[in-house]
Ligand binder design. Structure first.
Ligand code: SAM
Length: 243
């Protein structure tokens, strides 16, 4: 088991970085990923939309980017989505972007402790680019608890390029360029890229995360690398019956 359960060492009670950058978050995503996050999110939304669920809970939803894309798949109206985030400011942006859609409800939830969500109550749980800034042991335990037996977990997160030299080059590029770009774009608010860099460096590779998911209790664990492995989409299922 990986030692740093919170890869980015992000503690929301100490630093409200997402509150500060909420209105610039989408611009920063484009900048930091050179726009490529749009491809990852499009793929993530396809994986989510193709799954059969009536209730979806999206954790750490941010500005609602994934849910907007899921909705573009013209879902049957019987499908219900809860888009949740810890940050009130992020949810305010999400609310503006998602508009008044009866299919979607917004909720302020801590992915590490979603006590207001009943156990075994959601068909699918998704989290995009959020697991590396949470204590992922807690977040995965909560995902497993709220999913109904047989329910589906879908994660988009930073990963590893499977060729070690290429992965080291990618990290070196990020370490060199990110602070300069990030400092300029945020007007000197270094938090935004510090957590991102730490999270990318410390988050487990795809095989290791798959192992962690199995150790956490998920079955049918699989993953798909995107952009050579810079990110990956992991899926898993809560066992249908207690063993
Ligand atoms: C990098 S953003 C990802 C946003 C969005 N899912 C996306 O793909 O663009 C991370 C989000 O996680 C939220 N967050 C951080 N810690 C959290 C926690 N413990 N529980 C729920 N959300 C959290 C932040 O407020 C932020 O909106």
């Amino acid at each position: 088991m990986h030692q740093h359960e919170n890869a980015a060492e992000f503690h929301p009670s100490k630093d409200d970085v997402f509150g500060r950058i909420a209105s610039r978050y989408d611009f920063l995503c484009d900048l930091f990923s050179l726009g490529i996050h749009r491809l990852w999110k499009r793929r993530m939304a396809i994986v989510i939309a193709e799954e059969s669920w009536l209730t979806l809970l999206d954790g750490a939803t941010g500005t609602g980017d994934i849910i907007l894309r899921v909705l573009s798949h013209k879902l049957p109206v019987s499908r219900r989505i809860t888009a949740s985030d810890l940050s009130h400011e992020m949810l305010t942006v999400a609310k503006r972007r998602l508009g008044a859609r009866s299919q979607v409800q917004l909720e302020q939830l801590d992915a590490e402790e979603m006590s207001s969500v009943a156990s075994d109550s959601v068909d699918a749980y998704s989290i995009s680019l959020g697991l590396k800034i949470c204590d992922r042991n807690k977040a995965l335990a909560e995902a497993l608890r709220v999913l109904r037996p047989g329910g589906r977990l879908i994660i988009l997160e930073a990963s590893n390029i499977p060729w070690p030299f290429a992965h080291r080059m990618y990290l070196a590029y990020m370490v060199l360029c990110m602070p300069a770009i990030g400092w300029l774009a945020t007007g000197g608010d270094s938090s935004a890229y510090r957590y991102l860099l730490a999270g990318i460096r410390e988050f487990p590779g795809a095989e290791l995360l798959a192992e962690e998911l199995r150790a956490a209790g998920f079955i049918d664990v699989a993953f798909e690398r995107l952009s050579l492995g810079i990110v990956a989409i992991h899926t898993g299922r809560k066992p249908a019956y207690d063993a």
